[in-house]
Write a protein that binds this ligand. Structure first.
Ligand code: AMP
Length: 456
């Protein structure tokens, strides 16, 4: 069964359900009221009733659509009969497992679980690599009904017998497309093998690739497919456009744009870690508080940088794709693609950082016709629309000349070859923190999807 909802929320013909129409447990409705959620988003309106009935779900929803609540609320509702105040860990086995590709997303999902379960005795926990394992072990030993995890660190806990997944009745793969991109398939297979065969499966992915469809066939049973917008579309709350700029002028153009537009919080995307550092340093030199975030930074540094951005101390975050993946930061006013991504689907992910949950946002790309024409074609084909060219930026003469002068001196700064290197998404994961994460890097991410079969 497939639902496709391309409805315009403002259309008078659409009847918008309320959260209480779903028959959700009153403790959950209370939490939603406290958060000020007035009505379900389209993915929630379709996925929640289906998941509440215990069906498997394959949801295609871009980031910012409220997909986290779409799977967390049914999980919590279905776990309410098991909720108890006992101090005994044995009374709090893991019953729902939520796997995410990145630490940041794991933490965000966990925060949502805590918010939605605030008025219930259900326990939740999060485990991810890059931080001390001991404190996680102690939390796991106390027991939790809902566990949010990244695959590598979870496997370490499983192998060291810190946690048992023998009672898991619900499994969520969040941002499953990115998990495949990051080469997590073998780890997923190993985790799934430790779960009971009888379980509900919920798979969410911003985009539905052929690989995701194959994965869902292995991992879900007769799933209800739910799409809330055309596949691979971008949110219509985001204004998009292109500025035609030669590579050598991109940094000056970026600076000009940031100054002209005075956006509050802006994420600038580069294709490489080195590029992110260079751009952030350039902005800083020119008086714009910017920080780079990418996989070479430690977990603590990343959290500190994100906090600075969320608190609006640092208005500009210069990020690589994987580092920014899944970030839910309210109020990102604009996304700038310093370079077009080598992978067209990353364009959808990038601009999904703004215009979240119905807010408006702007997404502009600095486009060098000479080097990026094919990339632009791929993106436009994927999203099924043409990105409008914006009026030319009038670069301030001083900046423009400085950039040109540097070029004339022959430095590497303006035409750095790193910008033209092939894109390797898996190379942007954080430094390996565990032997599983180390091993992941060596494995061929394209290994047969059939390995997932072990779980069922
Ligand atoms: P997500 O797509 O799950 O990352 O959610 C994006 C943002 O939308 C988060 O900040 C949520 O707190 C918020 N959100 C989710 N559902 C609703 C809703 N029904 N009403 C208002 N905000 C929501």
């Amino acid at each position: 069964m497939t639902f496709i909802d391309n409805s315009d929320k403002t259309s008078p013909t659409v009847t918008v359900p309320t959260f209480s129409d779903f028959g959700l447990h009153p403790a959950l409705v209370q939490a939603l009221e406290g958060l000020g959620y007035q009505s379900p988003t389209p993915i929630q309106a379709h996925a929640i009733p289906v998941a509440l009935k215990g069906h498997d779900v394959m949801g295609a929803a871009q980031t910012g659509t409220g997909k986290t609540a779409a799977f967390v609320l049914p999980i919590l509702h279905r776990l309410m009969p098991f909720a108890n105040h006992s101090m005994s860990p044995a009374r709090h086995p893991v019953r729902a497992l939520i796997l995410t590709p990145t630490r940041e997303l794991a933490d965000q999902v966990y925060q949502s679980v805590k918010q939605y379960s605030a008025h219930t005795p259900l326990r939740s926990a999060v485990v991810f690599g890059g931080v001390d394992i001991q404190s996680q072990t102690e939390i796991l030993r106390q027991g939790c009904e809902i566990l949010v995890a990244t695959p590598g660190r979870l496997l370490d806990h499983i192998e060291q017998r810190h946690v048992s997944l023998a009672q898991v009745g619900m499994l969520v793969l969040d941002e499953a497309d990115r998990m495949l991109d990051m080469g997590f398939l073998p780890d997923l297979a190993r985790i799934v093998r430790t779960l009971p065969a009888q379980r509900q499966g919920l798979l969410f992915s911003a985009t539905f690739s052929r690989e995701i469809r194959r994965l869902s066939r292995e991992f879900l049973q007769d799933p209800v497919e739910i799409e809330v917008a055309h596949r691979n579309t971008t949110a219509d709350t985001v204004t998009q456009g292109l500025y035609q700029v030669s590579t050598k002028d991109k940094r000056a153009a970026l600076l000009q744009l940031l100054r002209d537009k005075s956006w509050s919080q802006t994420i600038v995307f580069t294709n490489t870690r080195a590029g992110a550092e260079q751009v952030a340093r350039y902005l800083l030199r020119n008086g714009v508080a910017a920080e780079a975030i990418h996989g070479d930074k430690s977990q603590n540094e990343r959290l500190r940088i994100l906090d600075g951005f969320k608190n609006e101390q640092t208005p500009v975050l210069v990020a690589t794709d994987v580092a920014a993946r899944g970030l839910d930061i309210a109020g990102v006013s604009a996304v700038i693609n310093f370079e077009l991504p080598f992978n067209a689907e990353d364009y959808v992910h990038r601009i999904g950082r703004t215009g979240r949950a119905g807010a408006s946002g702007e997404a502009y790309s600095l486009y060098d016709e000479q080097h990026e024409q094919r990339l632009l074609e791929d993106i436009q084909t994927l999203i099924g629309e043409h990105l409008p060219i914006q009026p030319a930026l009038h670069l301030k003469p001083a900046l423009h000349q400085r950039a040109a002068k540097r070029g004339a001196r022959g430095t590497q700064e303006v035409a750095d070859p790193i910008f033209h290197q092939p894109y390797r998404p898996q190379s942007d994961t954080t430094q390996p923190q565990t032997r599983h994460e180390e091993a992941d890097k060596k494995k061929n991410k394209r290994r047969s999807l059939g390995v997932l079969l072990g779980g069922r």
